[in-house]
Write a protein that binds this ligand. Sequence first.
Ligand code: NAP
Length: 354
Amino acid sequence: MHENHAGKRIEVGILGATGMVGQQFMRFLAGHPWFEVTWVGASDRSAGRKYREAANWRLPEDAPCTVADLTVQGCKPGNAPQLIFSAMDSSVATEIELEFAKAGHFVVSNSKNYRMEPDVPLLVPEINPGHLQLLARQKNERGWSGQIVTNPNCSTVVLSMALAPLKVFGIASVVVTTMQAISGAGYPGVASMDITNNVIPFIGEEEEKMERETQKILGELENGEIQRLAAGISAHCNRVPVVNGHTITVSVRFASKPAESDVMSVLESFSGIPQARQLPSAPPRPILYLPECDRPQPRRDAERDRGMAVSIGRLRSCPVMDYKFVVLGHNTIRGAAGAAVLNAELIYSEGLLD
Ligand code: NAP
């Protein structure tokens, strides 16, 4: 199922391949059983150079040798593969992703630009695989021969994974405070003079993204429209001196308060289509509950299951809301490159690629 008729892996391209998320794509896709990176695109500053020279490589090991000698292309469709991952700077993603979708490419994007469009799935495969039905609207109403699917903002996906199993209890309101890693700001990101020994209580547009994207992800598809989750969500977002891993403290109120053992049970047993189909990037258990009183911690827990599992701890009663807990996820993997790869695996397993 994972090889094309010639017995080869499926060729994929990456827009924004030289950036922080682009580099995580390279690392995450190295040795992938279904997908092979054969095309990389970036700005005119990088086009024409070898990937190893154009990318300011910031990850622990060297760039995979299978991609290091690829020549970086300008971000134009033409000779790019059908399946395109996008880690484009959001200032240029609207036009470039549109151009690729119109030219027949399946664009699986990290960028914010199309996430809230009513006909674009904001996909988390464990939570809302049915939202892929929106793709029919892109073809019928926009006339694109290709498609765009997005993954959420890096803190939103972590919060959504924690809230999805709790929907059975009727989520009424949610208050969250984030402690977000520096790598979430790309490279060079936040100046060291600003973040060392410091906390910055502002990340542009982040609180609004968390509030509205979570409602869309957890919404229900009815007659071709997403009915957003009707819960109030209030986010406080902070940048902290951590390299990788967004930590979020969450307080939730329900329609009627469930037993703590029932909350624990739905968190621990949460699973979805990626696990049932054993998609290559699916963690065996998307949520890991850590019983220790001082977990999860970014340095110890962000990389669990190749950065694809989210870790939850400290579930307890809340004297103001009903329950509170801590959730942690890897922002450039489950929050970006890994999320997009899992989306593409779901798309392929649904038979949606040519
Ligand atoms: P980044 O490190 O700044 O990388 C941006 C990429 O876009 C680079 O490859 C850059 O190429 C390319 N680019 C910039 N201007 C371009 C242009 N005019 N034409 C073509 N390519 C251009 O950013 P990042 O952190 O990887 O984020 C990439 C996207 O993912 C953003 O939309 C971001 O919001 C989103 N995202 C990031 C995270 C995270 O945790 N970092 C999480 C979720 C989503 P050059 O190297 O040639 O300049």
